[in-house]
Ligand binder design. Structure first.
Ligand code: COA
Length: 149
């Protein structure tokens, strides 16, 4: 049976803490990304970043962030689904929620750096790879782009 998730932009300190708890579990604990790389200046309240959090009931199970990158270009980062919820379509729902907000913000293009294991996930959502594979935090990445209009 399909679960119903609630995905929203972060508006309160509690929701921010919930989003960070998912990122912490997925990136810092599971993927061993150093905390000082995972939590950065784009998480500061004044940064203009829009954070997203997904709930299953009261439990935070997904997170991501969208930030201004260049004129007309938004950057999607930190897309994370708790291990127990993967393969349920939640990742796609989070991406769709971000794209809806990106259109409202009048972004023409979305950019992201995909971990290469997730490249197919983003391709299915219309993102195209650009350039060569590179290393970030000890993990292989590839740049990907999607035109929104
Ligand atoms: N490789 C190939 N296809 C994948 C995939 C993968 N790693 N992950 C998802 N897909 C496919 C699914 O099969 C599904 O295809 P379908 O539409 O044909 O059924 C589609 O992509 C949507 O999958 P979904 O269930 O929404 O993905 P998810 O909820 O498992 O979330 C991630 C995907 C990548 C966000 C999740 O695996 C995750 O959080 N991983 C750990 C953190 C991470 O690496 N994030 C990416 C940083 S760039």
């Amino acid at each position: 049976m399909n679960k119903t998730y609630q995905i929203q932009t972060v508006r309160t300190e509690k929701e921010m803490a919930d989003a960070l708890s998912v990122r912490r579990a997925v990136f810092i604990e599971e993927q061993q990304v150093p905390e000082e790389l995972e939590i950065d200046e784009h998480d500061a309240a004044s940064s203009g970043t829009i954070h997203f959090v997904a709930y299953d009931g009261q439990t935070p199970v997904g997170a991501s962030r969208l930030r201004p990158y260049a004129p007309g270009v938004g950057k999607i980062e930190r897309v994370a689904v708790q291990k127990t919820e993967r393969g349920t379509g939640l990742g796609r729902l989070i991406m769709q929620a971000m794209e809806e907000v990106a259109r409202e913000q009048n972004y023409e293009t979305l950019k992201l750096n995909a971990q290469t294991h997730a490249q197919r996930f983003y391709e299915k959502l219309g993102y195209e790879p650009h350039g060569d594979v590179f290393d970030e935090a000890g993990i292989e990445h590839i740049a990907m782009v999607k035109k929104l209009k």
